[in-house]
Design a protein around this ligand. Structure first.
Ligand SMILES: [Zn+2]
Length: 271
């Protein structure tokens, strides 16, 4: 599933070909995504210039003077850029064509993604209105995190994956950030000290920054790439490494289920 770094990588890959470009055609092959692609989307987009593409959590926001196209990649979605688009294949659902001739193609085999329209900035859109701060935003800091987690009995890992606390920290990056911060994923969020939250803020940012940098290295030749962009393999410290030795101390990495999600930690490095 694309997490924040993959979505940010997609944004960076797509932006140079789409920003300041006028939409000349919209081809919707299949509206049945997580929510139906709105009927009026074609009319709203044709003739509009995409001023820029922003990212909020895992939503890509295509800004135009008339409103915002909201794109979510769901579980298996991807956006690809073509100068000469190949024939449409089974899971290609939407094409946006630009004046430059570039075609932006949305592909999504499992169709859990979304393509929606907001007549304004989308900040108040129901999908975005209750989201917590971005991990790189100034509001995501130790004071905020400490205050927001007092009296929370939920495991710190589940708190970190809660979009109302902070967005974009999915299962993989929560596991990796907690390892970097030396915090055991099962610890109650309300029982993590302020000092350790300071370490966690840094760890979350470092983990995501590393992943985005890794994604950046896959960005060359973004145009006309037929493979799935933005699914890059990282050298994880704990994620998916149950039974393997910790890269720091050699202790066997353990697996624990938290909220039905697999969680991995080193029982020696993480307390
Ligand atoms: Zn260890």
């Amino acid at each position: 599933m694309p997490e924040l770094p993959e979505v940010e990588t997609t944004r960076r890959g797509v932006a140079p070909y789409v920003e300041r470009q006028k939409v000349t055609a919209v081809r919707i092959y299949d509206r049945r995504l997580r929510w139906p692609v709105p009927r009026g989307l074609t009319q709203r987009l044709i003739g509009q210039v995409v001023d820029r593409i922003d990212r909020r959590s895992k939503y890509l926001l295509f800004r135009t003077a008339q409103g915002t196209l909201i794109v979510h990649l769901g579980m298996t979605g991807s956006l690809r850029v073509f100068s000469k688009p190949p024939p449409r294949q089974a899971h290609d659902h939407v094409d946006l064509e630009f004046e430059s001739g570039i075609v932006l193609r949305y592909r999504d085999p499992r169709r859990f993604g979304a393509m929606l329209w907001s007549p304004a900035s989308a900040r108040d859109h129901p999908l975005l209105a209750s989201l917590g701060p971005e991990p790189f935003a100034a509001e995501f800091n130790v004071d905020y995190l400490f205050r927001a987690t007092r009296r929370r009995r939920a495991a710190i890992k589940l708190a970190l994956m809660d979009n109302r606390l902070v967005v974009g920290v999915g299962n993989i990056y929560a596991s990796e950030a907690l390892f970097r911060a030396g915090i055991r994923p099962t610890r109650a969020a309300g029982r993590v000290s302020k000092e350790r939250y300071a370490a966690l803020v840094e760890a979350v940012r470092e983990t995501l920054t590393d992943a985005i940098a890794k994604g950046g290295s896959t960005l060359r030749d973004y145009v006309d790439v037929l493979g799935e962009p933005g699914h890059f393999q990282l050298n994880y410290n704990v994620y998916d490494r149950a039974g393997d030795p910790c890269r720091v101390c050699g202790t066997t990495i353990r697996l624990v289920r938290l909220g039905a999600r697999a969680s991995y930690y080193c029982p020696n490095c993480q307390r």
